[in-house]
Design a protein around this ligand. Structure first.
Ligand code: G3P
Length: 478
């Protein structure tokens, strides 16, 4: 039936034999907006077979040709920004303006990957044996980076396009084939993005996109013997994937509880602006969102006033109108956020605004005087609710940051660069931003989480390297 979007395998759009579909509920209307195929395990097997076969030929395709195709896909992706952004608006309630930005950023990422790939994969190493004790110069070692095979990419709902291409492009330039399992919310945007790669003319079977229920094909995909690498972005599921996956490289970016440490000498207007951007853009549904403000008591009143003044100005409403705050992705997510808010209320947090919710739409909320016994001090709401903890010393702030099970990013605001560097060294997070909110981009920067926030490092260069293995050939002289 024409209502259900087809999945992509073997260079073709297909209906699943399961006869089943998965509904995609529009977070704004809370009604089914699209449907995608519920692929079966048997179909996953076929996709894996095709991916294995296509990869063998692709690995022999000249690097410059791989790059050329990626550049073509990037251009087509940018041309299709309007319809893809439209899907993002309907599937994940991303503000229309940000939805377009996501697609453009994705095109740029694909091009950058192609350029970076031809450089870093275009050179290998040459070593001689006599640098190691006891050896004469009788051995020459040549190394190069070769593909891993089949890469499985699992992006999350919050960037179904960008966090898909950030896995697809490095995999392809490095000579791998790619199987994409998009998130349910965002699956149609992802299918449309895959269509752009289809139009660019990649070989059949090299890229596939299987949709379906996690319960049916999730473990089956991640434990599939044909998979040689998994790149995953999302929540706790990543931890269970890492326990079940085989002996293959894993790249994972999971949750975060990014702290914003504010010192007494900080430029409070700059801090307030960054708290708004960092805490409330896409309604707080970013792994890198500011998720707890740790501010020195002496400047806390003043900072809270400044942030409050800006919260009032945030527009709240439908994503079609590019409102700042839009409905969160699902009812269960909204309920979870509400649970955190009620817990904070019961334990005596100061509500800087009244709590308000209509359906999945939650009004932005700043909670002051949050204490460590409140859940919101530690858990990530993935919504427009931001706790402020007042601290008596910088050490207290660092301690709170490091006591978290997460370690994605953090930020520190001060005019004293020496202090900032020392604090950065002390924070157990993959990245520390000095005088700006946490963010993954620019997309070629290394991006990694410590502790439960993930393993491996992303960013264009690191992802390309991660999706290759080193191969050596040693020439032995007589
Ligand atoms: O939430 C996913 C993470 O990758 C965030 O990216 O660009 O919003 O910092 P960004």
């Amino acid at each position: 039936d024409g209502d259900v979007f087809k999945y992509y395998a073997d260079g073709e759009w297909k209906k699943s034999n399961s006869g089943k579909s998965v509904p995609i509920v529009n977070p704004t209307t809370r009604r089914t907006h699209y449907k995608v195929q519920a692929c079966s395990q048997e179909e996953v097997n076929k996709v894996m077979e095709a991916a294995k076969a296509a990869q063998k030929l692709w690995a022999k395709t000249p690097l410059w040709k791989r790059a050329e195709l990626l550049h073509k896909a990037a251009a087509i992706l940018k041309e299709h920004k309007a319809p893809i952004a439209e899907c993002l608006v309907k599937e994940i309630a991303k503000p229309a303006k940000d939805a377009v930005t996501e697609v453009i950023r994705s095109g740029d990422l694909v091009s950058y990957c192609a350029e970076e790939g031809v450089r870093i994969l275009g050179e290998g190493k040459f070593l001689v044996s006599d640098s190691f004790p006891g050896n004469e110069r009788t051995k020459y070692c040549l190394t190069s980076k070769i593909p891993l095979g089949v890469v499985l990419a699992i992006p999350p709902f919050n960037y179904p396009v960008n966090l898909a291409v950030s896995k697809i492009a490095p995999a392809l330039i490095a000579g791998n084939s790619l199987v994409l399992k998009p998130p349910t919310q965002g699956a149609v945007a992802a299918l449309h993005m895959v269509h752009c790669f289809h139009l660019a003319g990649f070989p059949k079977g090299l890229i596939s996109c299987v949709t379906g229920k996690g319960s049916e094909i999730g473990d089956f995909l991640t434990m599939h013997p044909a998979v040689n690498c998994i790149s995953f972005t999302g929540g706790d599921t990543g931890i269970s994937i890492s326990k079940k996956a085989g002996m293959i490289p894993l790249q994972m970016e999971l949750g975060g509880k990014d702290a914003c440490i504010v010192l007494e000498d900080a430029d409070l207007d700059l801090v307030a602006a960054n708290i708004i951007k960092g805490g409330f853009s896409y309604s707080g549904q970013r792994c890198t969102a500011v998720k707890v403000v740790l501010v020195m008591e002496s400047v806390a009143d003043s900072l809270v006033e400044k942030v409050k003044a800006k919260v009032v100005k945030l527009t709240v409403g439908p994503p079609e109108e590019s409102c700042d705050i839009t409905p969160v992705v699902s009812e269960s997510s909204a309920n979870f956020i509400e649970g955190l808010v009620m817990d904070a209320k019961q334990k005596g947090a100061t509500f800087c605004q009244e709590y308000r919710r209509e359906g999945n739409l939650i009004w932005p909320l700043l909670l002051d005087n949050v204490r460590p016994d409140m859940r919101i001090a530690w858990e990530e709401p993935f919504g427009p609710v931001l706790p402020v903890i007042r601290i008596g010393s910088v050490e207290e702030g660092i301690h709170h940051c490091n006591a978290s099970n997460f370690g994605l990013q953090g930020c520190v605001f001060t005019k004293d660069i020496n202090k900032a560097m020392l604090i950065s060294d002390a924070m157990e997070t993959g990245t520390v931003q000095i005088n700006s909110a946490p963010a993954r981009g620019p997309d070629h920067f290394p991006f990694q989480g410590f502790k439960d926030s993930g393993i491996g490092s992303q960013g264009v260069t690191n992802s390309i390297n991660m999706m290759t293995k080193v191969k050596s050939t040693v020439i032995n002289l007589p």
